[in-house]
Design a protein around this ligand. Structure first.
Ligand code: GCB
Length: 612
């Protein structure tokens, strides 16, 4: 059965034109395709389907079919071509379309984008790829009129080889990005965040030698404090039986390896001198991988992460995760965050709050966030967008969820900051959902067994007035860290209720409260029982913090949320106006009173990284 499913998944991937990801784009020879792209709004997908609703890219001669990907131009005065990218407006890439044009703020559908460029290869023998940091949600990609493939998932990278299609002059890269929400997709139709569409992250051309270092995994092996383990994977016609080298000069390590027939070399190197990466000392080593004249550089930290009963052990020592949840949005600029400046703003705020840990909710954030987290010593929870009620029984839905998870693991497996892979958020208990989540978990462990598995679950009330709280979700048996969202005092009674709650969490596992909080409009004041005021939110935070501290296994929390974020579910005029107001910082960048309550709590904990 499993074999059949794997085969099916492979078929699906091949049919869609997926290609394995190239690791470490910033360490390679790249040319940016960021900047102004011409765009055409196409709500009826007129540039994709003919009037019989047949895709133009399946036509006998797609270049003359009417499909926008062909970028047709009239040659004769009587030629009828009913679109013209070059006369159309432009959008900035990277960037969502919603925040760039008022008329596109609520738009959900297809937009075509085009970039024209010339390209001179560094060497004629090199191979060339086009790499997208992310595009939300479904992206069909065409170069010079030829389809490269289609990718689903709004938050993970993908790339296509363009070696044989690329010209020195007048290339045109055309993408059709469609952000329509669909029931069987991941995420599904129902979420509590803005569905920002478009080419939301960098687009780059990557040039590599014919046979090159495509991927590598260099971390401490599972539960090992001394053995750097993993692999190097080559790609190209002469990838087998090749000599590759891994160097970590500061550790005086130089390891010569040979690839097998599949171009892979497994590595296992012992070093007794490793200085461990931690929030107190985010030590990164220069790591160099060599293949002939190709040299790839990375900065990698080494640390262990384990659990022992209720403890989370970082490098063998118990740690308390002082965290905050974050959406990928920069409220000051407006729209999806993507740049290093955005990352500095968001993680800078988290640092000021006293955090050593962040939950990147509810989907993989851009690579700058994890790169900066590595540099700053911020521990990270990364999350797959399996959110609320998705189509648990649909094989295609599962394939899409797994593929997105595989892409973020592939991208971030060398980042020491990432300690938890979260499978899902607030998903309702059922047999089909258990099968789905267990499969995702097993898949994750096969890709990377060095990190912890979790999921943001829900808890339930029992006993008199439902005041005794438990976790009865069967998926709790399959996670390393028990996490749950709870809104006592907000969706569940008033803040005073917090005092009455009794915890009866039986599992002998660390508990991280993945969400708690409530809304307040920055600058709105009143007494602590007037909803939407800063005082109400502050009171709620005080009560919540007291309440969660009564959980014996509590080892961390990521309250909801660092900053207000856009959500079409939040329509209350004057107060919300399209924003979820549960931020500790308002959409204007100003801190609310509750910010300081949480900051005080985090400061009161014994040591920046420990709380034994
Ligand atoms: C939750 C969800 C989060 C929402 C939040 C809220 O439980 O996980 O995505 O935004 O509640 O504000 O209601």
């Amino acid at each position: 059965m499993l074999k059949r499913l794997t085969f099916f998944l492979l078929l699906v991937m091949v049919a869609w034109g997926y290609e394995p990801l190239i690791q470490n784009i910033s360490g390679r020879t790249t040319t940016s395709l960021n900047g102004a792209w011409n765009y055409i709004v196409d709500p009826y997908e007129n540039g994709y389907y003919n009037y019989r609703y047949r895709p133009f890219d399946e036509a006998e001669d797609p270049s003359k079919s009417g499909g926008y990907f062909a970028n047709q131009k009239p040659v004769n005065p009587w030629d009828r071509v009913e679109y013209d990218f070059d006369l159309s407006e432009t959008l900035e890439v990277p960037g969502d379309w919603n925040s760039q044009r008022e008329k596109l703020f609520y738009y959900e559908g297809t937009i075509w984008l085009k970039k024209s460029f010339d390209y001179n290869r560094v060497s004629v023998d090199n191979r060339v790829f086009v790499h997208f940091g992310a595009a939300n949600y479904q992206t069909d990609v065409y170069l010079n009129g030829h389809k490269l493939g289609m990718h689903k998932g709004g938050f993970t990278p993908f790339n296509y080889e363009i070696t044989n299609l690329l010209k020195e002059k007048d290339n045109f890269l055309i993408v059709k990005v469609d952000n329509k929400r669909k029931k069987d997709e991941v995420p599904t139709v129902n979420t509590d965040w803005w569905n920002f569409g478009g080419l939301t992250r960098d687009v780059q051309i990557v040039e590599v030698p014919e046979t090159f270092i495509k991927d590598y995994f260099v971390q401490l092996g599972k539960d090992s404090k001394r053995t750097i383990a993993g692999y190097i994977q080559l790609d190209g016609v002469s990838k087998s039986n090749r000599k590759v080298e891994l160097l970590i000069p500061e550790l005086k390590l130089r390891k010569k390896l040979k690839t097998d027939e599949l171009g892979r070399a497994d590595l296992s190197i012992i070093s007794k001198r490793i200085k461990y990466w931690s929030p107190d000392n985010p030590k990164l080593y220069d790591v160099i991988i060599k293949l002939g004249s190709e040299e790839l550089h990375d900065q990698i930290g080494f640390r262990t992460i384990q659990t022992n009963g209720p403890d989370i052990l970082l490098n063998g020592e118990s740690i308390f995760l002082k965290g905050i949840s974050i959406h990928e949005e920069n409220p000051l600029r407006g729209g999806r965050a993507h740049s290093m400046e955005d990352a500095r703003l968001l993680l800078g705020w988290a640092k000021e709050l006293g955090c050593n840990y962040v939950r990147l909710a509810h989907y993989p954030h851009n690579e700058n966030m994890v790169d900066l987290a590595d540099e700053m010593g911020m521990l990270v929870w990364e999350e797959n967008p399996v959110y609320w009620t998705i189509s648990w029984e649909n094989v295609q839905t599962y394939a899409t969820a797994q593929q997105q998870l595989s892409e973020v693991i592939s991208r971030d497996k060398n980042r020491a900051s990432v300690i938890i892979w979260s499978m899902a958020n607030e998903t309702p208990v059922s047999d089909a959902r258990m099968v789905f989540l267990k499969k995702l978990r097993d898949f994750t462990l096969k890709q990377d067994d060095t990190r912890l598995i979790s999921a943001a679950l829900e808890m339930h009330g029992e006993g008199e007035g439902g005041l005794t709280r438990k976790i009865s979700d069967p998926f709790a048996d399959y996670v390393d860290v028990l996490s749950f969202n709870q809104y006592i005092g907000w969706y569940d009674g008033l803040p005073e209720k917090c005092d009455k709650i009794k915890w009866a969490i039986d599992q002998d596992k660390p508990v991280i409260i993945s969400e708690f909080g409530g809304g307040a409009l920055q600058g709105l004041h009143g007494d602590s029982l007037t909803i939407w005021t800063e005082e109400f939110q502050k009171y709620l935070y005080r009560e919540s913090i007291e309440m969660i501290q009564r959980i014996p296994q509590l080892r961390g929390a990521t309250p909801w949320i660092l900053v207000d974020f856009h959500s079409p579910r939040r329509v209350l005029p004057v107060i919300q106006d399209g924003w979820n107001r549960k931020g500790l910082i308002g959409s204007n960048g100003e801190k609310k009173q509750a910010f300081y309550v949480l900051q005080e709590y985090y400061k009161s904990l014994p040591n920046p990284s420990k709380n034994n």
